[in-house]
Design a protein around this ligand. Structure first.
Ligand code: ADP
Length: 254
């Protein structure tokens, strides 16, 4: 919205003009709206698993659960509690990123090293999902923050595994170009419909809520990627075909 303030310009006792000051609050209001929406989403996302945990724990402690169903209830509590931990960690990561300035982008980091390490850490997760996870590339030094770069590679690979199919494949590639380094993460997964591709980087946005919940997603992974990429002045490109797979390419300046 706009606010106006008008002051008459006097020459002696004659009004010769009006000074008009226009205050543009649009950007501030937009930021406020995003904050409000985020808080509402956080409350909802925290409440749902907490209610499941409280409900199941209450039934268990009242002896209302048949002996044979006890493991199922305990597992539900465990799964939801784990999801809450990931969610809280992601929220904290995002709020730190919000405060970070590009001053922290000052280490010499080999993105290939970061990728190899992350792939090694995620190998058990890929194996469990029946997905083959591979990394190839060459030493590729950029100016960055290694902890944030790890978050980027981790979140992209984690998604590529989660939204894949058994027997599918994930390939991470790091290569140098003239003035840049390209990181690409490709999968043979479910793909993202064209009309939703621009939205998946929004906080809490998920294409398929139920699938995302089942695979343990928080809806914050790609927002973290987007923020961390922005701090590195990296560009993000998304190519995806439903039923075929997705490739996300980040281009970092050297
Ligand atoms: P989540 O924690 O739900 O995975 P993200 O922010 O990482 O949240 O991703 C947002 C949504 O984008 C996901 O819920 C999923 O629907 C979609 N998505 C992300 N990566 C992929 C991918 N590689 N293949 C298919 N869909 C994806």
């Amino acid at each position: 919205s706009y606010h106006f303030s008008a002051t008459p310009i006097m020459s002696g006792d004659k009004v010769t003009g009006v000074a008009l000051i226009i205050f543009d609050f649009t950007e501030m209001e937009k930021a406020e709206e995003v904050r409000r929406e985020f808080t509402a989403n956080v409350s909802h996302e925290l409440r749902t698993p907490l209610q499941t945990i409280a409900g199941s724990a209450e039934l268990l402690s009242n002896g209302m659960v048949a002996e044979k169903d006890v493991p199922q209830f305990s597992q539900k509590i465990y799964k939801e509690a784990k999801r809450l931990i990931t969610l809280v960690e992601d929220i904290i990561k995002l709020s730190h990123l919000d405060e970070e300035s590009s001053d922290i982008i000052s280490e010499k980091v080999d993105l290939y090293d970061v990728s190899k390490m992350t792939v090694t850490n995620l190998t058990p997760v890929a194996e469990k999902a029946g997905v083959e996870l591979a990394v190839k590339g060459e030493p590729s030094i950029i100016t960055g923050k290694s902890q944030l770069l790890t978050s980027i590679v981790f979140n992209l690979c984690d998604n590529a595994i989660k939204y894949n199919r058994p027997g599918g494949r994930v390939e991470v590639e790091v290569k140098n170009c003239v003035d840049c380094v390209k990181l690409s993460v490709s999968d043979t997964g479910i793909g993202i419909p064209l009309d939703q591709q621009s939205r998946i980087f929004e906080r809490f946005y998920r294409v398929d809520k139920s699938r995302s919940k089942e695979v343990g997603g928080t809806g914050l992974g790609l927002s973290i990627v987007k923020h961390a990429a922005k701090l590195h002045n990296a560009e993000i490109e998304l190519r995806s075909v439903v039923g075929k797979g997705t490739t996300i390419i980040l281009t970092f300046p050297k």
